[in-house]
Design a protein around this ligand. Structure first.
Ligand SMILES: Cc1cc2nc3c(=O)[nH]c(=O)nc-3n(C[C@H](O)[C@H](O)[C@H](O)COP(=O)(O)OP(=O)(O)OC[C@H]3O[C@@H](n4cnc5c(N)ncnc54)[C@H](O)[C@@H]3O)c2cc1C
Length: 402
C-alpha cells in the first residue's frame, strides 16, 4: 500500500478546498496536498452553479466574507470573468420590510444599496413591466457575476505555484485517529472517471488502497462534507439538496446589460452569454441526497417560464435550450461551517456554504488558513461560523435564500 505524508491534507478540490489550499500554501503551512476523486469537478457544485456574487446578506459574517471575496474577484476581474452588473432583488409584501431593515447593516459594512419603489423599476429595467406582487426592490451595484470555473482554476494555479499538490482520482474512505488527533486518511486510488462519478453518487467502488499521514486535516468536501465528517467521527447536521437551472433564448428581451435579477417568487435569472439566459428556481421539497438528474423541459415549463412571463411581457415567448442539476450543501441556518472541528485537535472544516460558496470562497479560505497557520483569525473574523454554534444556539440564520 502506498503511504505518504502531508503537513496539511485537504479533502475536496472545489472552490472551497482550492481556495483553502492556496492560502495555506501561501501562508507557509508546509506541504499541502488536496485529494479529490474528480479534479475536473463534473459533479461538484463549483461546476454547476449560477456564478452570482453578492454581499447583501442579513448576517454580518456573511456580508463580510462576501465583500472580501468580491473585492478579490473584482481585482482579478479579467481572469475570472467578473461582470460588475449588480443584483436587482424584487420583494413581495411579506419580505420587503424585513429586507429593507437589513440595508442599514449592509451599508455600514460598505455596501452600496439602492431602495426602489415598484414604479421606479421601469426607469432602469423597462423589461420588468408586470409589477403584480412587488412591494419594493433593492439594487446592489457592487455585486455581479463570475465564471466560477475560472475562479477555481485561479486558486489552483496560485496554490500550485506556492507548492500545493492536487491528487486526482483519490477518494477518502476512512480517517485514522489517535484520540482527538487525526493521524491520516485512508484512500482509494480510482481507475477512471466512471468510477469517480459513481463514488460521488454513493456507489461503493474498489481501488488501490493508499494512506496519507497528515499533520492537519481539512474537510472541504462540499455537499459530501457530512459523509466525510462521519468518517472523521464528528457528524455535522448538513445535507445535500438537488437544485436545477435551465437555459433558454428570448428574442424579445435583452438582459445583457443587467446582472442577476431575483423575482419575488425566488426565481433568479441572468444573461449567461451569447444569446442564452440562465434561470434557476428551488421548489420546496427538492430531494436530499446525491441526485443529479435534471427534470428537463418539464422543470422549465412548470417552474421557470410561468414566473418569468408573470413578470415580463417580453418573456411570453421563450425558446427552451437545456439545463442541469447540481447540489446545494445546506446547513441548519443556511450559513457555512468554517473553523476547527469541535472536539478535534487538528481537524478543520470549510463547507456547507448553502448556495454561497463561490462568493465566499476567497475569504473563507483565507480565514481558515490564518486559523490553521497562525492560530487566530488575523484579517477576517469567521469565528461566528464555527460548527459549535449549533449546540450553542448562536445561529447565523440566512432567510433570504434562493
Ligand atoms: C444550481 C446551483 C446554483 C448555485 N449558484 C450559486 C451562485 O450563484 N453563487 C454562489 O456563490 N454559489 C452558488 N452555488 C453554490 C456553490 O456552487 C457552492 O456553494 C460551492 O461550489 C461549494 O464549493 P465546495 O468546494 O464547497 O464544494 P464542491 O465544489 O462540490 O467540491 C467538493 C469536492 O469534494 C470532493 N469530494 C467529495 N467526497 C470526497 C471524498 N470522500 N474524498 C475526496 N474528495 C471528495 C468532490 O469530488 C468535490 O470536487 C450554486 C449551487 C448550485 C447547485
Amino acid at each position: 500500500m502506498l503511504r505518504t505524508h502531508a503537513d496539511v491534507l485537504v479533502i475536496g478540490a472545489g472552490v472551497a478546498g482550492s481556495a483553502a489550499a492556496m492560502h495555506l500554501a501561501e501562508l507557509g503551512a508546509g506541504s499541502v496536498v488536496v485529494v479529490d476523486p474528480d479534479l475536473a469537478g463534473i459533479r461538484s457544485s463549483s461546476e454547476r452553479n449560477a456564478g452570482g456574487v453578492r454581499a447583501t446578506w442579513w448576517q454580518r459574517v456573511n456580508i463580510e466574507l462576501c465583500a472580501a471575496s468580491i473585492a478579490f474577484l473584482r481585482a482579478h476581474g479579467s481572469e475570472v470573468g467578473f461582470r460588475p452588473l449588480g443584483y436587482l432583488w424584487l420583494y413581495g409584501p411579506q419580505l420587503w420590510d424585513r429586507a429593507a431593515g437589513h440595508v442599514a447593516l449592509q451599508r455600514a459594512l460598505g455596501q452600496e444599496i439602492e431602495l426602489l419603489a415598484p414604479a421606479e423599476l421601469g426607469d432602469s429595467w423597462p423589461e420588468i413591466d408586470r409589477l403584480d406582487g412587488i412591494a419594493g426592490a433593492t439594487f446592489s451595484p457592487m455585486d455581479g457575476l463570475v465564471n466560477a470555473n475560472a475562479v477555481k482554476e485561479l486558486y489552483r494555479r496560485r496554490a500550485r505555484a506556492a507548492g500545493a499538490r492536487f491528487l486526482d482520482r483519490r477518494l477518502v474512505v476512512g480517517v485514522e485517529r489517535d484520540g482527538a488527533r487525526a493521524r491520516g486518511v485512508r484512500l482509494r486510488a480510482l481507475g477512471d472517471e466512471a468510477q469517480a462519478l459513481a463514488s460521488l453518487a454513493g456507489v461503493p467502488v474498489e481501488g488501490e488502497p493508499e494512506f496519507i499521514e497528515c499533520g492537519q486535516l481539512v474537510n472541504a468536501a462540499g455537499p459530501w462534507a457530512a459523509s466525510v465528517a462521519e468518517l472523521i467521527g464528528t457528524p455535522v447536521p448538513c445535507r445535500a439538496v438537488r437544485r436545477q437551472v435551465s437555459t433558454f433564448r428570448c428574442r424579445d428581451v435583452d438582459l445583457s446589460r443587467y446582472g442577476m435579477i431575483v423575482d419575488t417568487t425566488g426565481c433568479y435569472f441572468h444573461h449567461e452569454g451569447g444569446d442564452l439566459i440562465l434561470a434557476g428556481y428551488s421548489p420546496v421539497g427538492d430531494p436530499s441526497g446525491y441526485r443529479f438528474d435534471y427534470d428537463g423541459r418539464a422543470f422549465f415549463e412548470s417552474e421557470i417560464w410561468p414566473r418569468l412571463a408573470a413578470r415580463m411581457s417580453g418573456m411570453d415567448r421563450l425558446q427552451y435550450e437545456g439545463g442541469w442539476a447540481g447540489l446545494y450543501e445546506l446547513s441548519p441556518d443556511n450559513s457555512a461551517l468554517v473553523g476547527r472541528v469541535q472536539g478535534s485537535a487538528n481537524v478543520y472544516e470549510v463547507h456547507s456554504f448553502s448556495g454561497r460558496g463561490v462568493m465566499q470562497s476567497y475569504a473563507a479560505g483565507r480565514a481558515l488558513a490564518e486559523l490553521m497557520v497562525h492560530g487566530r483569525f488575523d484579517t477576517i473574523d469567521a469565528s461566528a461560523l464555527a460548527g459549535a454554534r449549533f449546540a450553542a444556539g448562536t445561529l447565523q440564520l440566512e432567510e433570504l435564500h434562493i
